[in-house]
Design a protein around this ligand. Structure first.
Ligand code: SF4
Length: 328
């Protein structure tokens, strides 16, 4: 009987849930996944996934009626058990509406609605915390994504069109974030500092303006699908990113990472996972960190957690990551 995983959090959270999907697929066979329309395309090609059910909780499926309709559709599938990594009331309610007899969730979610409650670790990387839902040791599983051969071809064709041929080295930059204070303001200066190295800016259509500001870079924002963007990131020598979804996509694609942290800390559990990757931030700032997610605007007005991180520091980390990669 197929298991269902309901994960409708942000894109990065869905990528960090892929180790849990693999662990569950190893135990029960490929799982079905309810996730956001944005994340659906990213996991629908994953071998641990049998079927993806998009849930547009802010659009076509919004409100009680949308939740009830989806619950009815899921009920028809006769799922035996549901894993609920997202600790929202909506997620718990959906599993109940789908009449799934075994509902496994975390103690700090809505335990009254679960039939099996797992302790949610307060510490550690988010990958490990999510794997606790399956009571699995973390070391065996890492985030993974599977762009198709067609996605790879599209990424290669885009790069070739920008003068970056097959196998050519380039640095990818992901300057966007939903949260304003997580956006490092010096990417333009960084690109200037990297003169001579091809730079490709990745992101969604909403990041296209940020991409235009980075003079001399190839702007891929909004020009590729999410999986094609993952394929492009997989071809980069290194990805430079804020504390946002592209960081986790690069982890899943095996691309070295230089990550810039401002109002948040890697210790929150969303930093790079591999030992060679780099997380940079401003030390000794009394206000840092100031929130779990990063506020839209700096409450103190100066945004020093990001502004004080100099482009030279980031450029040096990129050069070191590139040198390491060349030695591999
Ligand atoms: S209060 Fe401090 S940590 Fe928060 S956004 Fe402002 S400078 Fe950054």
């Amino acid at each position: 009987m197929t298991s269902l995983v309901i994960q409708t959090a942000f894109l990065g959270d869905v990528v960090l849930t892929t180790p849990l999907l693999v662990a569950l697929a190893t135990r029960h066979g490929p799982v079905d996944v309810v996730t956001t329309p944005a994340a659906a395309s990213l996991v629908e090609t994953h071998p641990a996934v049998r079927r993806v059910v998009p849930y547009d909780k802010r659009g076509g499926d919004r409100g009680w009626a949308g939740l009830r309709d989806l619950g009815r559709r899921l009920r028809a599938e006769g799922y035996e058990r549901a894993y609920l990594p997202h600790r929202s009331l909506r997620t718990a309610a959906l599993a109940i509406l789908a009449r799934i007899p075994v509902r496994i969730g975390f103690h700090d979610g809505w335990p009254f609605f679960y039939t099996e409650v797992r302790r949610h670790p307060a510490e550690g990387h988010e990958v490990d915390r999510l794997l606790a839902l399956a009571e699995e040791p973390s070391a065996a599983y890492a985030p993974s994504l599977h762009p198709t051969a067609e996605d790879e071809r599209a990424a290669a064709a885009f790069l070739a069109g920008a003068g970056i041929g097959e196998g050519a080295r380039f640095v990818a930059i992901a300057p966007g974030s939903i949260w304003g204070t997580k956006r490092w303001p010096h990417y333009r200066a960084l690109a200037r500092r990297l003169a001579g190295v091809p730079v490709v800016v990745v992101g969604g259509p909403e990041d296209a303006g940020l991409g235009e500001e980075i003079v001399g870079a190839v702007n891929a924002c909004g020009k590729l699908t999410l999986r094609q963007s993952a394929a492009l990131i997989g071809r980069a020598e290194v990805l430079v990113t804020n504390d946002s979804a592209p960081l986790h996509i690069a982890t899943a694609m095996g691309t070295p990472i230089v990550a810039v942290f401002g109002p948040t800390l890697p210790e929150f559990g969303f930093g790079p996972l591999r030992s060679g990757d780099v997380a940079l931030g401003v030390d000794g700032l009394a206000c840092r960190p100031c929130s779990r997610h990063g506020p839209p605007r700096c409450p103190l007005g100066h945004h020093r957690c990001m502004r004080d991180l100099a482009p030279d520091v980031v450029a040096t980390a990129i050069e070191e990551a590139r040198a390491l990669r060349r030695r591999d």
